[in-house]
Write a protein that binds this ligand. Structure first.
Ligand code: ADP
Ligand code: MG
Length: 410
């Protein structure tokens, strides 16, 4: 009876511990994502004077975490004296009950003492058993959380019968492509038609929010189109193996994406069997070799969290070196130089020209002077292509492109 009661109480505490432990994990997860987000958007946070807001967000999250954790520890601390107390209570009752039996002659004193001794010896193992029980509960709570994250739905899936794409031979085509991030917000791209022959440079210009980045992001399938299709050599990208689609492309974005690792590892980034000579060669083409050699340990210098020990132009040249090393036939440059000062922009622009040589490129540019030689220039506005043609053609017709060029002449 008593033992069953004890078991129920301890079981209840165990369950409640499991619940709060899973809450604590959840809170910690939230807090880490606030930190992540803050680091990822540091420039934006500063630019919008949002440091106070971000700090407040972290403090609030931190507070909730602290409270939840305190509650968990409180319960945990309570549970140990509680089980101790219950153990002693059981012994007391047994002692009282047994001694009455012995004195009234109903039980042999020797038997009673051996029983008591045996019981006493069982307490310690029982305690470690209940501790193990808590730990298991805690483990299960953590596991459930991990499973929840792993089971989160992935929106981009490869078809089971996806075909390989060994190489890119002819052209990329966008056919009547429409796309919306959220159905209620309306389409961001509307009926886009576009052909990019192999080896040509296509430039996309237009005001911010026009859908330029979205247009480019659809090609490596960061998102899938809602209507129409994108075709590489006549194959719908949704029918091709995801790995093969992305293996054809190198992407350089405005925000250089780097990791807290050595320069060498950031350039190699996921490629295998790369010799140091190949890395150095890529860095030279990207105008990066010299500044790399000037760092403390050369290619083995750690660049800090997201490359924080480097300047913007240096970071960008590392991502270009990475793209050069990957040597993809298709290149996507999304405002790759727009966050740089004019000095490093020149170096990066040179590096980009090396990179684009003999490749098929989609270049989103804020500086029109850099794309005048493009095979075709697309002017986008509010999700549509409103003008298209070579630079000379566009300059002859009155319209958005002329206005943009005039604007930049200042
Ligand atoms: N991940 C996203 N989720 C929801 N809306 C987005 C997302 N990315 C961009 N948008 C919206 O889509 C539109 C086009 O954005 P984008 O393609 O980034 O334009 P651009 O690169 O021309 O500045 C904008 O209105 C923007 O707010
Ligand atoms: Mg953009």
């Amino acid at each position: 009876m008593l033992i069953i009661f004890t078991a129920i109480v301890i079981g209840g505490i165990g369950r409640s511990l499991k619940r709060s432990s899973s809450q604590v994990q959840h809170r910690l997860g939230n807090m880490v994502s606030v930190i992540e987000e803050a680091l990822g958007g540091l420039r934006i946070i500063k630019g919008f004077n949002a440091a106070g807001y971000q700090r407040g967000k972290f403090a609030a999250e931190n507070n909730v975490y602290r409270r939840t954790l305190t509650r968990l520890l409180w319960r945990k601390d309570l549970s140990s004296p509680l089980s101790e107390f219950l153990g002693i209570a059981v012994v007391t009752v047994l002692l009282w009950f047994g001694s009455r039996q012995v004195f009234s002659g109903q039980m042999d004193a020797g038997a009673f003492f051996s029983f008591l001794f045996a019981f006493y010896n069982v307490i310690d193992p029982a305690k470690s058993f209940s501790k193990a029980f808590y730990d298991i509960q805690k483990g299960i709570a953590a596991l459930e959380r991990v499973e929840m994250i792993l089971d989160a739905p992935v929106s981009i899936r490869e078809k089971p019968n996806a075909v390989p794409l060994p190489s890119f031979e002819r052209q990329i085509e966008y056919r009547h492509v429409s796309f919306a991030y959220r159905k209620d917000d309306g389409p961001v791209l509307k009926d886009i038609n576009l052909t990019i022959p192999k080896g040509k440079l296509i430039a996309v210009v237009g005001p911010s929010g026009a859908g330029k980045s979205t247009l480019a992001d659809l090609l490596p399938r960061f998102f899938d189109v809602d209507e129409g299709g994108i075709f590489i050599d006549g194959l719908d990208v949704r029918d091709i193996r995801l790995h093969d689609v992305r293996a054809q492309m190198g992407i350089v974005t405005q925000e250089a994406i780097l990791f807290n690792d050595t320069i060498f590892n950031n350039i190699v980034f996921g490629l295998e069997n790369i010799s140091p000579e190949a890395v150095e060669q890529a860095a030279r083409i990207a105008n990066a070799h010299e500044f790399i050699m000037a760092t403390e340990h050369g290619y083995h210098t750690n660049i800090g969290d997201r490359g924080s020990k480097l300047s913007g132009g240096q970071r960008q040249r590392l991502t270009i070196a990475r793209a050069i090393l990957k040597n993809p036939p298709i290149l996507i440059l999304d405002e790759a130089t727009s966050s740089l000062d004019s000095e490093s922009e020149k170096l990066v622009q040179e590096a980009l020209i090396h990179l684009m040589k003999d490749r098929t490129s989609i270049v989103i540019a804020h500086r029109l002077s850099t794309i005048q030689h493009a095979h075709e220039i697309l002017v986008m506005k509010e999700g549509r292509i409103i003008q298209r043609g070579a630079h000379a053609e566009l300059m002859e017709q009155p319209g958005e492109y002329q206005k943009l060029v005039e604007l930049q002449a200042f």
